[in-house]
Design a protein around this ligand. Structure first.
Ligand SMILES: [Zn+2]
Ligand SMILES: [Zn+2]
Length: 356
């Protein structure tokens, strides 16, 4: 069997707004907070704005990336874009900006893909342009969007007063969309804060910050696993970061239910070893292993459907047929950890030279 390699884990927050658009704190203030929480990376994405692109770099152990959030003329089809020095023109349709990002070797993530809302003050901003397959990733859990999806006139006060309690799991429809995409090709699923530090006046009486940055940095986190440590030289470190995302060596967690650092999901046959994001050839003796830092209900999902589950800090399931496998870890009915897929394929990956 292939030798298991040591993995380096980097934990951080993707999708953060600052005072450059509709956020309420500066880059510097948010970076200081991230250092307090020992986060390894922050990915800022202000709306149509790259004014502080020069903030990119290492801040001690925290890697800071500056992208932006593009939207179309109808304010829909929000796309997190990295790798550009200035925003693309604001009159492009979604398919075109997805293409442009790909052409220049950038990285793009579809934000809040299937958003639906029941609250007229904040209409939904879903992704509608699915006639493209050139995006790199999608958000499977957007903190702000998941909260707004649950809010309606009747429960408004409950949502405003207990915003964190109501965040229980990624929206089912986002997971379905993501699994379907991955049946065709590799699309990384990331978790996002969509942090703004919004202040709202409640009942016209008092101001309250719904999700202060200090809460956003301790909720939906994205974990990245690499076989090589990120170098201190920023440019290659940044390349490695996006390369690892493309490989789907990623899981997401809600930090509120426990520190998920150390979670691992891997596959082993007598011949091969694979980690999250990898492909592995099917074998009659192929097993999937899960190791968690704390006890949880571990659910195995194959091709979008639950196929097995177990309780504990460790689980082992046989992969009985080829398909795409991922795991979800739940604590008291609250979603804690969501892995990207391991792809179990049927035939050997020798190139088929036959033209079609
Ligand atoms: Zn957005
Ligand atoms: Zn946003």
């Amino acid at each position: 069997m292939q030798k298991k390699s040591k993995l380096y884990e980097y934990v951080g927050i993707i999708h953060i707004h600052t005072t450059d658009s509709d956020g309420t704190k500066s880059h510097d203030d948010i970076i200081k907070l991230a250092q307090k929480y020992e986060l390894d990376f922050l990915a800022f994405t202000d709306h149509m704005n790259l004014a502080h692109k020069n903030k990119e770099g290492w801040y001690n152990k925290t890697m800071v990336l500056i992208g932006y959030e593009h939207e179309d003329c109808s304010e829909k089809n929000h796309y997190l874009i990295f790798g550009l020095n200035k925003p693309l023109p604001d009159d492009l349709d979604a398919k075109t900006y997805v293409k442009r990002v790909k052409q220049v070797g950038g990285f793009g993530i579809i934000a809040h893909p299937d958003e639906s809302r029941n609250f007229p003050k904040f209409p939904p901003l879903p992704w509608t342009e699915w006639d493209t397959d050139e995006f790199d990733g999608i958000e499977i859990w957007n903190h702000m969007s998941a909260w707004l999806e649950g809010i309606a006139e009747g429960n408004k006060l409950k949502y405003l007063l207990n915003p964190r309690k109501l965040l229980s799991s990624p929206p089912k429809h986002s997971l379905i969309t993501w699994d379907k995409l991955n049946m065709k090709r590799r699309v990384v699923g990331i978790g996002s804060a969509d942090a703004h530090g919004f202040r709202l006046k409640i009942l016209g009486l008092f101001w309250r910050t719904i999700f202060p940055y200090s809460v956003e940095l301790c909720s939906i986190r994205t974990h990245i696993l690499t076989k090589r440590q990120f170098p201190r030289d920023f440019a290659p470190a940044k390349n490695q970061f996006f390369h690892t995302l493309r490989q789907c060596r990623v899981f997401i967690s809600n930090h509120r239910w426990g520190d998920a650092r150390g979670f691992r999901f891997w596959a082993e046959s007598p011949e091969k070893y694979a980690i999250i994001g990898d492909k592995i050839k099917f074998h009659n003796d192929l097993w999937l292993f899960i190791e968690a830092p704390e006890k949880a209900r571990i659910v195995l999902i194959k091709n979008g459907k639950k196929v097995d589950d177990a309780e504990g800090k460790f689980a082992r399931f046989q992969a009985k047929t080829p398909g795409i496998y991922r795991v979800e870890l739940w604590k008291n009915e609250k979603g804690w950890i969501f892995s990207n897929h391991i792809r179990v394929h049927k035939t050997s990956r020798k190139r088929n030279k036959k033209s079609q």
